[in-house]
Ligand binder design. Structure first.
Ligand SMILES: Nc1nc2c(c(=O)[nH]1)N(C=O)[C@@H](CNc1ccc(C(=O)N[C@@H](CCC(=O)O)C(=O)O)cc1)CN2
Ligand SMILES: Nc1ncnc2c1ncn2[C@@H]1O[C@H](COP(=O)(O)OP(=O)(O)OP(=O)(O)O)[C@@H](O)[C@H]1O
Length: 186
């Protein structure tokens, strides 16, 4: 399918999810993440979930990362294309931006080249590890600024599509995708 079709299909699928279902699946996903071979690094970047769009709830993953004493980095949108990244600490103050994304107000900025692992939000992905987001390109631009060996991990409620047809040279593919019941390695 095409990215534009997948966006519609997957937004629609998520609309029907109850908050209990999202809670259960998100806990399962964070438990599956524990099985990945990624635990010797220091800097772990995660999205903060848009609850209104029924994304995977990353708060359980954050608890896992805190339990492992990892440095946790979270993004802030600074323009229509650019993200900046901040260390999440006990004193980090968050507020919802216009897109309903919780974001740090201020804090210690971390440059992209420090990041070892990125947990990535998505709408859909395919068996080759290609992903589709909301279509603004934020993550493709961000991932292009990270070091080449950064580990890119999608989190999804769903199994992969066979093929996203309109992948282009800007699209950066995933290394793993974690679902409530499976880990896909690409
Ligand atoms: N939690 C989270 N943070 C993220 C992303 C994400 O997908 N999830 N992004 C990933 O790149 C960037 C933000 N991109 C976004 C792009 C569109 C919409 C959104 O609400 N789209 C609505 C239409 C909004 C409008 O334009 O009126 C929609 O798709 O229904 C949200 C986030 C950076 N941070
Ligand atoms: N590295 C890049 N530099 C400049 N523009 C880019 C880059 N990567 C993607 N874009 C632009 O961003 C727009 C959206 O890209 P795409 O459709 O792949 O978004 P997406 O991956 O679904 O969304 P998101 O990354 O926000 O989750 C496109 O117009 C694309 O040209």
């Amino acid at each position: 399918m095409l990215k534009s079709q997948l966006r519609l299909v997957y937004k629609d699928k998520r609309k029907s999810f109850s908050s209990d279902f999202i809670y259960d699946c998100s806990i399962k996903i964070s438990n599956m993440v524990l099985k990945l071979p990624i635990w010797d690094f220091s800097f772990y970047h995660t999205f903060l979930s848009i609850n209104t769009l029924k994304e995977v709830d990353s708060s359980f993953l954050i608890t896992v990362l805190q339990g492992k004493d990892k440095n946790i980095i979270i993004p802030r949108t600074v323009s229509s294309t650019e993200l900046k990244h901040y260390l999440l600490t006990d004193s980090t103050r968050l507020r919802l931006n216009k897109l309903n994304i919780p974001e740090p107000i201020d804090g210690i900025e971390i440059k992209e080249d420090k990041i070892d692992v990125v947990f990535i939000p998505l709408l859909a992905y395919d068996k080759n590890g290609n992903r589709v987001g909301y279509g603004k390109g934020y993550y493709d631009i961000f991932l292009a600024q990270c070091k080449p060996e950064v580990v890119k991990i999608g989190l999804s409620f769903f199994e992969p599509e066979n093929e996203i047809k309109d992948i282009n040279y800007n699209d950066i593919s995933l290394d793993y995708c974690v679902t409530p019941n499976n880990i896909y390695k690409f």
